[in-house]
Design a protein around this ligand. Structure first.
Ligand SMILES: [Ca+2]
Length: 496
């Protein structure tokens, strides 16, 4: 594999490493007023980037990234690791009995384990769109894996547009270098949606889900070019793509250890297809072959998480690095009687019941995020962008749906469930779900009555209490009237 050299993002790259944080904050504050007066999100970024560069130039003498970093204890490195189709109960620290995940379990011991965190959607692409934009599926650009109207190519994939502002673009306002490796899902080649045009300086991986179904691909995308994997030429199976993602991640961390970085690591395991170089340590189990691969994929990823955490310690940046670990949606298979991957939750991937959208979420930052704690704060992927914006002292765009849950993550008192969390899903017709306080409402088709569950008492969503709670139903129905806007790519349709 060739070395990975960075290609700078041409869109919003700026030189804010030396801009004093306070100056940046004031500047962003001014721009916030501007954006309210009709400047779109893309213009907003360009204005901020230009202003920040000017500030940096005027701040003579600040040429040491290390000095700047020392001054700003609010600028940790950020690593966001995300598995693909891994269930809520697939990790030892979330009750798994058979799949070994010692390194991820250690993350939970050294950080906080969230038990009521939710993904952006119940399938890949929209979940990632919510994560990247801070907008829920009623507003975000990419609302399903395939478009129904418009889109690019035979699968009508809808790319992020220029005006969509991603987490990567937000953290760049604070001078971060940004990298991503794994599966993107938000833009086909040559479109406005590719990672390098959405705030990422460096990228290696699969642009869409379909290509990611092979773990021995003939090529991966490295920035905007194809990186041919010669070891997989002519159908050979010698280069496991997942391993390249870990290599890229370790390399990225080493190269950027002296400055704040944001590394987004959306791994493709344990998504089908069930391919892996070795099913150790499960080869001798009596499980079906796919189950052995599922377990071995998670354990292989766990070992790679261990390598990443070891490297942070070796480079002495462990305490300066905020690490997230989660999955992008619920379990693709429940593996009943083997792994019981959804645990006590109802449903799985493609459902808006808890098994489709609740995710294991571990957050670790030594000395800042409480170690060994469990939190039941309710939050979701739309909150990541505003949370990181608050942490770094920059303003998020104003048309996001998430809130900053920074206090909850830092172990402080914060009520995060007294607002509406929203999901919509276009598989099998049009479905909607809302979480408000301890209530969860699900509508499985347009025009159907809402189901209502109290997930604090009924985690398995077995007892529909809608009839006994007309006031709560009325409140959620009123919210639903305001929750979303139509997408040109996904018209609302009843179940066929
Ligand atoms: Ca997925």
């Amino acid at each position: 594999m060739a070395n990975f050299y960075p290609v700078r993002n041409c869109k919003s790259h700026n030189n804010m490493e030396c801009a004093p944080l306070e100056m940046s904050r004031q500047f962003m504050s001014k721009q916030k007023a501007v954006i309210s007066n009709g400047v779109n999100r893309r213009e907003f970024l360009n204005i901020v980037a230009g202003g920040a560069a000017a500030s940096a130039i005027s701040f003579a003498g600040c040429n040491s990234q290390a000095a700047e970093r020392k001054k700003s204890s609010k600028q940790p490195n950020i690593i966001f690791i995300m598995a693909d189709d891994m269930g809520y109960a697939d990790l030892g620290c979330y009750g798994q009995k058979h799949i070994k995940t010692p390194n991820i379990n250690r993350l939970a011991v050294e950080g906080t384990r969230f038990t009521q965190c939710y993904t952006g959607s119940t399938v890949c692409a929209p979940s990632r769109s919510v994560l990247m934009t801070g907008q829920h599926t009623g507003h975000t650009r990419v609302r399903a894996n395939f478009g129904q109207v418009g889109g690019v190519g035979p699968q009508k994939r809808v790319p992020l547009k220029g005006e969509d502002v991603t987490v990567a673009e937000v953290v760049k306002q604070a001078g971060y270098v940004t990298g991503i490796t794994g599966k993107w899902g938000l833009g086909e080649p040559q479109t406005t949606g590719v990672p390098n045009r959405q705030g990422f300086d460096e990228w290696l991986g699969y642009l869409n889900q379909r290509n990611a179904h092979s773990y021995y691909p003939p090529y991966l995308w490295h920035n905007e070019e194809k990186q041919i994997l010669e070891k997989n030429a002519n159908g050979q199976r010698k280069q496991y793509s997942h391993d390249l993602f870990t290599d890229f991640a370790l390399n990225f961390i080493r190269r950027h250890k002296n400055r704040p970085f944001f590394l987004y690591l959306p791994y493709t395991v344990p998504h089908a297809k069930y391919e892996i170089p070795s099913t150790d340590p499960y080869t001798d189990k009596s499980w079906p072959d796919d189950a052995k691969v599922h377990a071995a994929m998670i354990t292989r990823m766990d070992a790679d998480v261990g390598r990443i955490m070891s490297l942070l310690k070796d480079l002495a940046i462990d305490s300066k690095t905020l690490v997230f670990f989660c999955s992008d949606n619920g379990a693709a298979k429940r593996w009943e009687g083997i792994f019981d991957s959804s645990g006590p939750l109802r449903g799985r991937k493609r459902d808006l019941y808890e098994g489709g959208i609740r995710t294991p979420m571990i957050v670790r930052w030594p000395g800042r995020v409480p170690a060994g704690e469990t939190s039941d704060a309710a939050w979701y992927f739309a909150d990541v962008l505003p949370t990181l914006a608050e942490l770094l002292g920059v303003n998020p765009p104003d048309n996001i749906d998430g809130i900053s849950v920074l206090p909850a993550i830092l172990g402080k008192k914060q009520r995060t469930d007294d607002r509406f969390l929203y999901w919509e899903f276009y598989g099998n017709g049009f479905q909607q779900a809302v979480r408000w306080r301890s209530y969860k409402a699900v509508r499985t088709s347009p025009g159907k009555a809402l189901e209502l569950y109290d997930v604090s008492k009924d985690i398995s969503e077995q007892h529909n209490i809608a009839a006994e709670n007309p006031d709560i139903i009325a409140r959620i129905e009123a919210y639903l009237k305001t929750a979303r806007t139509d997408s040109p790519n996904w018209p609302v349709q009843a179940k066929k």
